[in-house]
Design a protein around this ligand. Structure first.
Ligand SMILES: Nc1ncnc2c1ncn2[C@@H]1O[C@H](COP(=O)(O)OP(=O)(O)O)[C@@H](O)[C@H]1O
Ligand SMILES: [Mg+2]
Length: 273
C-alpha cells in the first residue's frame, strides 16, 4: 500500500489573535505510514486540533511543511493546504444531513462531485453500509438511529470518497465507555475492509493504544511528540486486547508521560481552542 503517506515536517503554528501570540504547535515532526492508524494523545488545549486542521487545510501553518504522497500540501510558500476529498475530517459532533436518509447522506458527496452516477453511488453505498453492519438502517434518517450507528454512517460517508486519509478529531469523546468500546471495534472492522491511513486525535490513552499501530504522545502546548509508542499488539484486534497483559504493560509504559503533560496543562490553565 502506498497511499496516504503523510509527513509533518518541523511544523510550527502560532495564532495571533489581536497581537497576542499563542504558539500551538512547536517544530513538530511526525511521519504517518500509508494505511497506518496513528493516534495522537495529548491534554486539552495542547494543539492537537490545530495540527489536524493544518493537515486538513482549514488554516495556515507558520513554518514547516506537510507532505502527502510526495505532494507538498503546505509550506512557507503556500502556508495553507487545499482541503480535498483525499483527506476527510470526521468531526467531533458529526455532520450528517438530518433531512436525508442514511443512504442519501452516504451517496451525497460522490454524486455532488460528479464522481459517481447516482445508481453506482447507491450500489457502492449499500455495499459499504452492509460492510459496516448498517444494512437495516439505510432508509432511516440519522435521527432515528443510535448515536453509535450515526458515527458509523459518518465513517462510511467519508470512505465513499476513497480518501487517502481519514482525520478524526475525538470522534467518540461524547460517548459513554461501553458505547465507545463497541465503536472502537466497529471502526476497526470498517478499517480492516477499507485500509486507509487514519490520523486520530484523542486524550484517552486506552483508546489510543487499543486502536493504534503507533501512538504519539504530545507535550502540552505548544505540542510536539514527546514519546512515540509502537503498539506491538497484532491486528486484527477485538475487545479482548483490552485485558491482555501486553495492553496493560503498554499503558503502564506510557501513563506517566501522558499524566505529566496533563498535569502541566492543568497548571497552565489550558483550554481547548
Ligand atoms: N483560532 C484560534 N485563535 C487563537 N488561538 C487559538 C485558535 N484555535 C486554537 N487556539 C489556541 O491554540 C491552543 C491549542 O488549541 P487546540 O489545537 O484546539 O488544542 P486541542 O485540540 O489539543 O485541545 C489553545 O491554547 C487554543 O486556545
Ligand atoms: Mg481539540
Amino acid at each position: 500500500m502506498t497511499r496516504g503517506h503523510i509527513v509533518i515536517e518541523d511544523v510550527v503554528k502560532v495564532y495571533d489573535p489581536q497581537g497576542a501570540a499563542v504558539m500551538a504547535v512547536d517544530h513538530c515532526t511526525l511521519a504517518i505510514e500509508p494505511g497506518e492508524i496513528c493516534m495522537i494523545v495529548g491534554p486539552s488545549g495542547c494543539g492537537k486540533t490545530t495540527l489536524l486542521n493544518a493537515v486538513a487545510g482549514f488554516h495556515e501553518i507558520t513554518s514547516g511543511r506537510i507532505i502527502m504522497d510526495g505532494e507538498v500540501l503546505c509550506s512557507p510558500e503556500k502556508p495553507r493546504s487545499t482541503p480535498g476529498p483525499d483527506r476527510i475530517v470526521v468531526f467531533q459532533n458529526g455532520a450528517l444531513f438530518p433531512w436525508k436518509t442514511n443512504l442519501d447522506n452516504v451517496i451525497f458527496g460522490p454524486v455532488m462531485q460528479g464522481k459517481l452516477a447516482r445508481k453506482e453511488a447507491i450500489d457502492k453505498g449499500r455495499a459499504m453500509l452492509a460492510d459496516a453492519g448498517l444494512s437495516g438502517v439505510e432508509h432511516n434518517y440519522p435521527g432515528e438511529v443510535s448515536s453509535g450507528m450515526r458515527r458509523r454512517v459518518e465513517i462510511v460517508r467519508a470512505l465513499m470518497n476513497d480518501p487517502k486519509a481519514l482525520l478524526l478529531d475525538e470522534p467518540y469523546r461524547a460517548l459513554d465507555s461501553l458505547t465507545k468500546s463497541v465503536m472502537h471495534e466497529a471502526l476497526l472492522e470498517i478499517y480492516y475492509k477499507n485500509k486507509v491511513t487514519i490520523f486520530f486525535i484523542t486524550h484517552d490513552l486506552e483508546e489510543a493504544i487499543f486502536l493504534g499501530h503507533r501512538v504519539a504522545i504530545m507535550t502540552t502546548r505548544p505540542c510536539k511528540p514527546k514519546k512515540i509508542l509502537n503498539v506491538d499488539i497484532p491486528h486484527p484486534r477485538d475487545y479482548s486486547a483490552l485485558t491482555s497483559k501486553r495492553f496493560r504493560e503498554l499503558i503502564e509504559e506510557t501513563n506517566d508521560a501522558v499524566h505529566e503533560e496533563a498535569w502541566k496543562a492543568f497548571q497552565a490553565g489550558e483550554k481547548e481552542g
